[in-house]
Ligand binder design. Structure first.
Ligand SMILES: NC(=O)C1=CN([C@@H]2O[C@H](COP(=O)(O)OP(=O)(O)OC[C@H]3O[C@@H](n4cnc5c(N)ncnc54)[C@H](OP(=O)(O)O)[C@@H]3O)[C@@H](O)[C@H]2O)C=CC1
Ligand SMILES: O=C(O)CCC(=O)C(=O)O
Length: 447
């Protein structure tokens, strides 16, 4: 690591102690962007990266609500408004007990680069709460969402900051959040994305992150003269992103053999086809139960309690659950078992050391900020439809999503390919994302 990068990281560490996820995300960007700045005079002496790691503002607030037993509960709410150089803040809300400032700052920082890559006018933001929707009744979730929005509404707006879903925030939560915003402000506006179709949502938004991840993998494979047909795919997670990654990979001829949740994973050697996936969607989205229940209906499959799926032999891995779910040992196992393509559906699911293993092995590796950008891109398309007050067909949205993913792939190749043709997609995504935000910041002056 050069002295400039070390000095930069030391400075960020001093200002943000005890924030390991945020520092991990910053290090990964600094390692590729600082050398680029050193080669490009226009970006020098402006403290651009120093400004990008400092949020425009962070709001932290109390969320008090009453549970079904009549007891008062208190959670903490957050919104990180990271960077608005190219558009209103945009990024999801996460409801999970592990939510803290470090996690949300890493997500908001990544979001700034990701949103830039989509080529749509969206700045970076993220938010959420340590509230755990698991085991809560619908009414409790509604009360919590209403209490959360009662404070958040002061800071957001269709032209200011447009939240959406993330872990623990799906269609149900977005619906309750939207209802409360409308009630308080008396405005029917595109202030959230991921809305229900009957009140301004976009077709294909639920599918978009998973589909986009597979479209990105398809682009990486195509560059090598390959495709998904007959490939064995290992997927982690069984939430929104995982479900639609499995659907698209299967539609394109791959066999997906695993899905997981925080309890463990299932392995189905025959592949998780359309009917089996529909059952998983019923288990996870309707019953809100565990992936382990899959084997009740499909006893030929195996359930591995408290384990991750990375030990299963595969050609392609799609980590779609959460940050740092795939470490260096897992990465070595995947590579040793013949895996040659990893596309991240989740945000930063591979540890820093795991990414080093993938790069050393020269396999195809796509970081989440590039490969999972289809979700927020389609949120951008939802914002456009809301502004135009019309709805595009599923085919229209899917075509636009595909084009955006193929363009992001091309941008990564432009900035990430070396003289031998190997593409460092981390470098490509970071530099391509940086350039657009940096150009806007330069044009807008030091603010
Ligand atoms: N939704 C979107 O549009 C986008 C999401 N992402 C990212 O994709 C990832 C998944 O999000 P999404 O599918 O929306 O979320 P969901 O809440 O729908 O699903 C999350 C899945 O990940 C599992 N999971 C969560 N935390 C852990 C953990 N600590 N260890 C193991 N498994 C865990 C959950 O299991 P369990 O049910 O047991 O908790 C569940 O299967 C996240 O990293 C998110 O930031 C990125 C871009 C857009
Ligand atoms: O659609 C959005 O605005 C949020 C997507 C998101 O949170 C993400 O890309 O990680």
């Amino acid at each position: 690591m050069s002295q400039t990068i070390t000095d930069f990281i030391n400075g960020v560490t001093l200002k943000n102690p005890n924030e390991p996820e945020f520092l991990q995300a910053v290090l990964e960007v600094a390692e590729t962007v600082i050398p680029f700045i050193e080669q490009n005079e226009k970006y020098q002496n402006q403290k651009l990266l120093e400004r990008m790691v400092e949020a425009d503002r962070i709001v932290i607030f109390r969320v008090a609500w009453i549970d079904d037993k009549g007891q008062t509960q208190v959670n903490r709410g957050y919104r990180i408004q990271m960077n608005s150089a190219i558009g209103p803040y945009k990024g999801g809300l996460r409801f999970h007990p592990t939510v803290n400032l470090s996690v949300l700052k890493f997500l908001a920082f990544e979001q700034t680069f990701k949103n830039s890559l989509t080529s749509l006018p969206m700045g970076g933001g993220k938010g959420g709460s340590d509230f755990d929707p698991k085991g809560k009744s619908d009414i409790e979730v509604m009360r919590f969402c209403q209490a959360f929005m009662t404070e958040l509404e002061k800071y957001i707006g269709a032209d200011t900051d447009v939240p959406a879903g993330d872990i623990g925030v799906g269609a149900r939560e977005v619906g309750y959040l939207f209802g409360q915003y409308k009630k308080i402000r008396n405005e029917f506006t595109g202030v959230l994305t991921g809305k229900g179709i009957s009140f301004g949502g976009s077709l294909i938004r639920p599918e978009a992150t998973g589909y986009g991840t597979v479209y990105f993998a398809q682009s990486m494979l195509a560059r090598k003269g390959q495709d998904l047909k007959d490939k064995t795919v290992v997927v982690s997670g069984s939430g929104n992103v995982a479900q639609y990654a499995v659907e698209k990979a299967t539609q394109l001829g791959a066999k997906v053999v695993t899905m997981s949740d925080s309890g463990g994973y299932i392995y189905d050697a025959d592949g998780i086809d359309g009917d089996k996936l529909a059952h998983i969607m019923f288990l996870k989205n309707e019953l809100r139960s565990r992936i382990s229940d899959y084997i009740v209906k499909y006893p030929n499959a195996k359930y591995y309690d408290n384990e991750k799926p990375w030990g299963q032999k595969c050609d392609i891995a799609l980590p779609c659950a959460t940050q740092n779910e795939l470490d260096a040992e897992n990465a070595k196992t995947l590579v040793a078992n013949g895996c040659f393509c990893v596309a991240e559906g989740a945000n930063m699911p591979s540890t820093y050391e795991a990414v080093v293993v993938f790069h050393d092995a020269k396999i195809l590796f796509a970081p989440g900020k590039a490969s999972n950008a289809g979700g927020v891109a389609t949120s951008g398309l939802e914002m456009s439809q809301n502004s135009l007050r019309l709805s595009w067909t599923a085919e229209e949205v899917d075509e636009k999503l595909k084009a955006i993913m193929f363009n992001i792939h091309a941008a990564c190749v432009q900035y990430g390919a070396d003289e031998n043709g190997y593409v460092d997609y981390v470098k490509g995504a970071n530099i391509a994302g940086f350039v657009k935000v940096a150009d806007a910041m330069l044009a807008q002056g030091v603010v």
